[in-house]
Design a protein around this ligand. Structure first.
Ligand code: GLV
Length: 321
């Protein structure tokens, strides 16, 4: 019997080529996604869904898809998917780990540098025609070299961020739920959460979003930070209490922030938009052509493997296999 595959949004064409060889494709080649009713109808006869982080895949969607075998997310994060519900129904969930690690760490470091040296603020000033003269303290920012980077969550991306920091002669400390046994080899120092926020000149967040990490950076953590410190978030918006951050930035209790992710994407709190002392990007940390192409292909490979009765390379819930 021909297998039916749903691709919910526009993806790089290499993924479509791969999927075309595996079954009958319903491809929504648009970035706007499916409204709820269309999604519920579209999944009804599908064995595989290739979806993105903007597609909520909950129990209702799964119940509308009695033949569904795999949900292949084009992202490393999978907080848009109710994995427990999928597991209960024997549906494999897969993600795209590894391929975006370097690209995402590159961008976290880009935000760190841009926020430290006030790059976007200075560019706005120049483009607005406000530059009249060279001044000794114009857009003076924070040094990166020989300062302390605190990594909150030492997973793949956190480790990559640490490697970049050593090239800038930074001291690197980290906090994670468990201490890594290789940390000293990498020159990293494990500290408790309070010490991380208190001692770091830059805190970069690299934890996944789940019940334990939602708002795990809020007013109490921000209050521990130095007035010269900068917060970087390339993980998921709801990990940070956005309004508490806006308040700390507005009151200059911390020097700045570099954000790629927000609590209610694509809406960004007006409280953040009103501020100058932060650099903001629209959730693009993994967005190089090469990496995004590889993510799409990887999701397609996971979907294809499951519907062909093979073990997918990147299951999130391997217990269902
Ligand atoms: C992007 O945010 C991802 O999780 O891959």
């Amino acid at each position: 019997m021909t297998k039916k595959i749903l691709v919910t949004r526009h993806v790089y064409p290499e993924a479509i080529e791969l999927l075309q060889g595996c079954g009958e494709l319903e491809y929504h080649d648009s970035s706007s996604g499916l409204d709820r009713d269309t999604m519920l109808r579209a999944v009804a006869d599908k064995q595989a869904v290739v979806c993105q982080l903007t597609d909520p895949m909950d129990a209702e969607v799964m119940d509308a898809a009695p033949e569904l075998k795999v949900i292949a997310n084009v992202a490393v994060g999978f907080d848009n998917i109710d994995v427990a519900a999928a597991t209960e129904r024997g549906i494999v969930v897969s993600n795209t780990p590894g391929v975006l690690t370097d690209t995402t760490a590159d961008f976290a470091f880009t935000l760190l540098m841009a926020a430290a040296r006030r790059v976007t603020e200075a560019e706005r000033f120049l483009r607005d025609g406000r530059w009249q003269q060279w001044e000794i303290d114009m857009f003076s920012g924070q040094d990166i070299n020989h300062h302390t980077l605190g990594i909150y969550g030492l997973g793949r991306i956190g480790r990559c961020m640490a490697r970049r920091a050593t090239g800038f002669d930074m001291r690197v400390i980290y906090h994670d739920a468990v201490r890594a046994d290789y940390d000293e080899q990498l020159g990293l120092k494990f500290v408790d959460k309070e010490t991380l926020f208190r001692e770091s000149d830059f805190v970069s967040i690299h934890v996944p979003l789940n019940d334990e990490t939602r708002h795990c950076v809020g007013a109490p953590e921000l209050a521990l930070m130095k007035p010269t410190a900068i917060l970087i978030n390339t993980s998921r918006g709801p990990v940070v209490d956005e309004l508490a951050l806006a308040q700390a930035l507005a009151e200059k209790r911390i020097a700045g922030a570099g954000l790629d992710v927000y609590e209610n994407e694509p809406t960004v709190s007006p409280e953040l938009l009103a501020l100058d002392n932060l650099v903001m990007a629209p959730h693009i940390a993994s967005a190089s052509v090469k990496t995004r192409t590889r993510m799409c292909v990887m999701a397609a490979e996971n979907a294809a493997a499951v519907i062909n009765g093979e073990r997918p390379p990147n299951p999130v819930n391997p217990e269902v296999l």
